[in-house]
Design a protein around this ligand. Structure first.
Ligand code: ADP
Length: 892
């Protein structure tokens, strides 16, 4: 009889072996020599985590208690694998193309990346799976205790064994399940260790079966006779239970987080499913082959009242087959540990990604972009989640006290997980399914399952007896086991029928009534039509031909030389001879990073995905690409605006420059004219004053004449300087105008008499007094100055024999117009446009002034809000003054 200490040693040795296998597999995968690790055989074996301790030990117990009903547990997955493998293929394809990390991620991704949905699924999974983990821990304890009861060692303690087992499994899951974050990279170590465990438990069960049939019963026919004789062989079937449990097993096979983990997340190649579709049912057939014989023989050979759940272990022990019992123990241990490890990994991913990380990120909103930081936190949160889930299982085991028949917790758990099925299948096949629908279905199903199955089933006073018997608040139609008064159903059937049908109804109704968001619509299309979007089963690996395409693309983005250097470096690293590297996942990853530096991560991912073709471009990728190109477009738009601005500024500068050049030319012109104008009187003043000074014998009249000339020239000079000063003050806008109301005829009177005083007869001035009675608001002195200048010009330049000037006043368009028209020959046509320029004179010899009068007059009129122009088409000199009426303020 093996002692407990020996058992513990064997267990430790076995766990050490698992560690070595997992470690070696990870090493092999890391060095790229892992082809056999990715074989369909390993994939099929890893699916065997479906068979937990519940099936290893429990199936025999189940058969001993309920006959052939245990077959349903194997029938479900077999039906799915054989009858729905194309559906599984779709699931795997979607999982790969969307790079999902868990079933919660898949559901949330399908319904518009809703984290609320992910949290719902996570909570449902944690609530549903924790009792299941506790169940595995219990089975290990139970199997240990068998050896204790019959062994001699003392001091056996349930709780401490479970604690160390749980701790050990947590360490294993943390070590091999959280090595990397990338959902695309597989956990080769864990999967390989699980495959090994699958082999151990199959061999163990087959070993016990063979011993029972040939060792104890004496052959196949004898065994068949025994089965026929026992009540198990009576083939009693409860139709509704069969159908329900088969359905539950089918649903659980697809929806259990750990199954999803090995089937979808860890899947390397879609084609493995094809192999698994016959290989896995075969595995199930083999593992269930000897269940009935063991149960029948166990019932016969074991004393009354012994636990049928432990027959697999106790039958060989009772027959003194210690080695076989040891093997059987290891088989059960394998079943329990593999399930716990993968379940903890899958659940921790969900908890960490959908609960812990969102909370952490929202609390760190400003530091979230530090990627190294985040990576570290994700790993930590996954590790903590694994530990927390194991702790939950452990405490659940301690609190519930164990004891309940293994199978019942398993079925309760299955029924909970099955609530995900409508949202999952609906999401894969029905584009109209919406997030609200999924939420409604999940909540209704989860609530009913809690109320009708989990709470009543867990015991421990979670649901008081009186609620079970009379319903809450005395409402008998709300009794958990007889909703709406439907009685007499098996609790499992009752719960599954109600929760699933109302789940589906709520899912469909809410989907039909709600409108999906654009992202939901896009994701829906991606899921339902996944085979149109993704090309093949390959992942980020491609052929050398694709290397060329990658090269061409990289050259476009990185530049020819850089791309060639990169590719050559990679080819050298891979040890190849050519200049093109193999498109290994490692290389593709590096290339993606390199390209990401130039075009953005999302675009790089999408581009490589397009060429390598393994994973379809996800909506997220497309949106991210669109974002990036929108940013680029905005940036180039900004550049365009800037460049037109620059062009406009340059044009303005050019214009300003031209103006400055012009002004500078004008200034030179002006200065030369001024110096000329000044020099003439100065020359005569100097000349005559020198004569006066140097010549002694000048006659009196001569002296007088010279002095007069000097005086006149000085006056001219003064007038010129005054005019210049006046003009410059006016042009600089420094003039102060003294605006007042007055009669136009008064101003004209003043001007005419000022010019003609002492020179009557030199010019006849004709006026129409009637029209002159106009009130104007203006600087009347300045206005008179303009009139004086015009009248004086007519006096000076009118060359008619009898000079006449006609002054007429009109009202034109609300403005006062004063015309000064004489009967001389006027200003020649080619000079009319320049007559207002400074220093302009038509005939310099004839002119009396410096050519500033009209320039000053025009400047004055502009300042007064009016104008002064030369009128074409008149017979003589014709000037027109325009000025605003009184009441219309000058625009100053
Ligand atoms: P100034 O102050 O030297 O008189 P203006 O600017 O008043 O100069 O006049 C410029 C030129 O316009 C004069 O030299 C003259 O040739 C011409 N001009 C002005 N008024 C008349 C007119 N009524 N008839 C003919 N020519 C005129």
């Amino acid at each position: 009889m093996p002692t407990l200490n020996l058992m513990v040693l064997v267990c430790l040795a076995y766990v050490a072996l698992l560690f070595i296998v997992a470690f070696a597999a990870d090493r092999l995968a890391a060095t790229g020599r892992s082809t056999w690790l990715r074989s369909p055989l390993i994939y099929t074996l890893s699916l065997s985590i479906y068979c937990t301790a519940w099936t290893f030990y429990g199936a025999v117990g189940y058969a001993a208690r309920s006959g052939l009903e245990y077959v349903t547990i194997y029938l479900g997955p077999t039906l799915v694998m054989v009858g729905w493998w194309w559906g599984l293929r779709k699931l795997v394809r979607v999982g790969r193309s969307q790079r999902v990390t868990s079933i919660a991620d898949l559901i949330s991704s399908r319904y518009g990346k809703s984290n609320l949905l992910a949290i719902c699924v996570t909570v449902l999974a944690v609530v549903g799976i924790t009792p299941y983990i506790a169940l595995q821990l219990q089975s290990i304890t139970l199997s240990f205790s068998i050896f204790f009861e019959e062994g001699t060692a003392g001091g056996y303690n349930d709780a401490s064994v479970v604690f160390w087992v749980a701790a050990g499994l947590a360490v294993f899951a943390i070590l091999f399940g959280t090595r990397n974050l990338d959902a695309n990279e597989r956990h080769h170590g864990v999967v390989t260790a699980i495959a090994l465990e699958a082999v151990v438990k199959l061999i163990a069960l087959l070993g016990v079966g063979i011993f029972v049939v040939w060792g104890l019963s004496g052959g196949v026919s004898e065994t068949m006779a025994r089965i026929d004789a026992s009540p198990i062989g009576q083939w009693q079937m409860n139709g509704s239970r069969w159908a329900t449990i088969t359905f539950l097993a089918m649903a659980a096979f697809v929806c259990l987080p750990r199954m999803f983990q090995v089937m979808v997340v860890e899947n390397d190649d879609e084609r493995h499913l094809r192999t698994a579709s016959w290989a896995f049912p075969t595995y199930l057939l083999l593992i269930s082959l000897f269940v009935v014989p063991i149960a029948v023989v166990g019932l016969e050979v074991m004393p009354k009242g012994s636990n049928p759940d432990m027959f697999v272990l106790t039958v060989p022990l009772s027959q003194g087959q210690e080695a076989l019992a040891m093997l059987s123990f290891l088989g059960g241990f394998s079943s329990a540990t593999s399930m716990v490890i993968v379940a903890a990994m899958a659940l921790s991913t969900m908890v960490s990604n959908h609960v812990v990380m969102p909370i952490w990120l929202s609390s760190q909103s400003d530091r979230a972009s530090v990627s190294g930081d985040v990576r570290h936190v994700i790993l930590l949160s996954r590790r903590v989640s694994i530990a927390a889930i194991m702790a939950l299982g452990y405490f659940y085991f301690r609190l519930s006290g164990g004891g309940a028949a293994l199978a019942s917790i398993g079925l309760i758990s299955f029924a909970g997980i099955a609530q995900i099925l409508p949202a999952l299948v609906g999401g894969l096949y029905w584009r109209g399914a919406t997030r609200s629908g999924a939420l409604a279905g999940l909540t209704v199903g989860f609530g009913l399952w809690l109320y009708t199955l989990l709470l009543p089933g867990l015991g421990g006073g979670l649901m008081p007896d009186w609620v079970l018997q009379d319903g809450p608040f005395g409402l008998s139609w709300l009794r958990p086991h007889a909703l709406f008064g439907i009685e007499g159903l098996d609790p499992i059937v009752h719960s599954v029928v109600w929760s699933m049908s109302l789940n589906v109804a709520a899912f469909c109704a809410a989907s039909l009534l709600s409108f999906p968001s654009p992202l939901e619509r896009l994701q829906g299309a991606q899921f339902v039509n996944v085979f149109d979007h993704s090309s093949g089963p390959r992942g980020w690996t491609g052929s050398v031909a694709q290397s060329e395409d990658l090269m061409i693309m990289s050259q476009r983005i990185l530049g020819a030389r850089e791309a060639q250097e990169l590719f050559q470096r990679e080819a050298a690293l891979q040890g190849g001879r050519g200049h093109l590297p193999e498109p290994t996942p490692l290389f593709l990853e590096r290339l993606e990073r390199e390209l990401g530096g130039s075009v953005g991560a999302a675009a790089a991912h999408a581009m490589i995905g397009q060429i390598v073709g393994g994973s379809s471009v996800s909506v997220e990728d497309l949106l991210a690409v669109a974002d990036e190109s929108a940013q680029l477009m905005e940036y180039s738009g900004q550049l365009e605006v800037k460049s037109t601005e620059l062009a406009r500024t340059a044009k303005k500068l050019r214009e300003a420059n031209e103006k400055l050049t012009q002004i500078s030319l004008q200034k030179d012109d002006f200065l030369s004219q001024i110096s000329h104008e000044l020099r003439t009187p100065m020359t005569s003043i100097r000349a005559f004053s020198e004569i006066l000074r140097d010549t002694d014998e000048l006659s009196m009249p001569e002296q007088n004449r010279y002095a007069t000339i000097i005086h006149d020239e000085a006056l001219r000079l003064t007038r010129l300087l005054n005019d210049l000063l006046d003009l410059s003050v006016m042009e600089n806008g420094q003039v102060t105008l003294n605006m007042r109301d007055g009669s136009l005829s008064d101003v004209l009177d003043r001007a005419v008499s000022a010019v003609l005083a002492g020179a009557e007869g030199s010019l006849v001035v004709r006026r129409r007094r009637g029209s002159e009675e106009v009130q104007v608001r203006s600087d009347l002195d300045r206005l008179a100055q303009v009139f004086i200048n015009l009248i004086a010009n007519a006096q000076k330049y009118c060359d008619a024999p009898q000079p006449e000037l006609t002054i007429s006043v009109h009202d034109v368009g609300g403005q006062v117009v004063v015309d000064f028209i004489d009967n001389g020959s006027g200003v020649p046509e080619q000079a009319q446009s320049t007559v207002f320029e400074k220093f302009f004179r038509v005939n310099a010899e004839k002119a009396g002034g410096a050519g500033l009068g009209l320039a000053i007059s025009r400047e004055i009129m502009l300042r007064l809000g009016g104008d002064l122009i030369y009128q074409q088409g008149q017979s003589g000199g014709a000037f027109r003054v325009t000025l605003p009426l009184a009441g219309q303020e000058a625009a100053l």
